[in-house]
Design a protein around this ligand. Structure first.
Ligand code: DAH
Length: 340
């Protein structure tokens, strides 16, 4: 029996050192220590021996079993280490390899233009005040002094959601919201989306952007309006830009005006961009109507203000010579990538 154990041990050592896979070692474990394994069988056969022999053989078989278990564990651990080392090798990253270049997106021309306009006004101390795109008829028309029969209120011009709720047709309702929640002095601009029932063509889009402005304080006059907007034009279009104010009408301002800027393309001589006139219309403006100030409970004896509003698409198209507004919304990357 001792010889038998010796032979099993030798064989086990040999086979283990030759084993090349975990499965082989597992198989050996079953073959030697399993229910019908050779060592197990030897241990089971102890009953037939005399007590003295049983003592000696029992010890020998038990230590053989312990030795085999130790050898098997060692082999299993060796395989585990090998596998881990292999995995590390496979997963190793060579940080000196050139990386994969991810193309960087570009800002949309509308965002670029809103940012440019905002930067100019922010440098003059304006802050940004935003309002909702889904508005009430009250904020979009009534509070802005729009007559009940004003054509812009028509279903054919305005997207109504209900009788009292609509998609704002202008950013002017943010003036109302600002006046209602803030006391003067007020100095804000409000960039944002607007909507009108327009059929798309080269100059119209049912969705477009405006930047609104509102200044309310003691002693604000038309001179402040002209000075502020002239400084804005010079910063946006270059220090040579001149401005001109033409009388106009808006329900929410009195007096009202439109501001033209001298053509930045031809300098005023007349070209395709200014349609030969030397001037380009840029924005609407005026002194805030007392009826509008009153909605915000502003003391109209003490405070006055001016407001202005401009179309972002129009400015972007003029500045970057884009001849069709639809190009701004088609999102053709070949177009979009040109503006950085
Ligand atoms: N809301 C006007 C429009 O959509 C633009 C405008 C004109 C805004 C004069 C103003 C303003 O604040 O004073 O045509």
């Amino acid at each position: 029996m001792q010889n038998q154990l010796k032979a099993i041990m030798e064989e086990a050592r040999e086979q283990l050192s030759a084993a090349k896979a975990v499965a082989e070692v597992e198989e050996m474990r079953v073959r030697l220590l399993g229910k019908k394994g050779r060592i197990t069988e030897i241990l089971r056969g102890m009953g037939k021996l005399s007590p003295e022999e049983r003592k000696i053989m029992g010890q020998a078989a038990n230590s053989a079993r312990a030795e085999i278990e130790r050898l098997l564990d060692e082999k299993f651990a060796a395989f585990k280490d090998m596998q881990r080392a292999l995995k590390f090798k496979e997963e190793k990253i060579d940080v000196t390899e050139p990386g994969v270049v991810t193309p960087l997106g570009t800002k949309h021309l509308i965002s670029i233009t809103i940012d440019e306009i905002s930067r100019v006004f922010m440098s003059m101390g304006f802050s940004i005040s935003e309002g909702p795109e889904i508005e009430t008829v009250f904020h979009n028309f009534d509070a802005l002094n729009a007559p009940k029969n004003h054509p812009s209120r028509d279903m054919s011009d305005t997207f109504y959601i209900t009788e009292d709720v609509l998609l704002r047709t202008q950013t002017s309702p943010v003036q109302v919201r600002t006046l209602m929640k803030q006391d003067p002095p007020i100095k804000v601009i409000s960039p944002g989306r607007c909507f009108r029932c327009d059929t798309p063509d080269a100059t119209h889009s049912p969705m477009f952007h405006q930047v609104e402005g509102l200044v309310v304080d003691e002693g604000i006059s038309m001179a402040d309006l002209k000075g502020t907007l002239d400084a804005f034009a010079k910063q946006l279009f270059g220090s040579n830009a001149k401005t001109k104010f033409r009388p106009h009408h808006f329900p929410f301002t009195e007096p009202s005006a439109e501001m033209d800027v001298s053509c930045f393309k031809c300098g005023g001589k007349g070209c395709k961009v200014c349609k030969g006139s030397g001037w380009i219309e840029i924005l609407g403006c005026g002194m805030v109507h007392p009826n509008v100030l009153s909605v915000g409970h502003v003391d109209t004896e003490k405070y006055t203000g001016f407001a202005f509003g401009m179309g972002v698409e129009r400015i972007a198209m003029l500045k970057y010579e884009v001849d069709d507004i639809r190009l701004l919304y088609e999102n053709d990357v070949r177009f979009i990538q040109q503006f950085k």
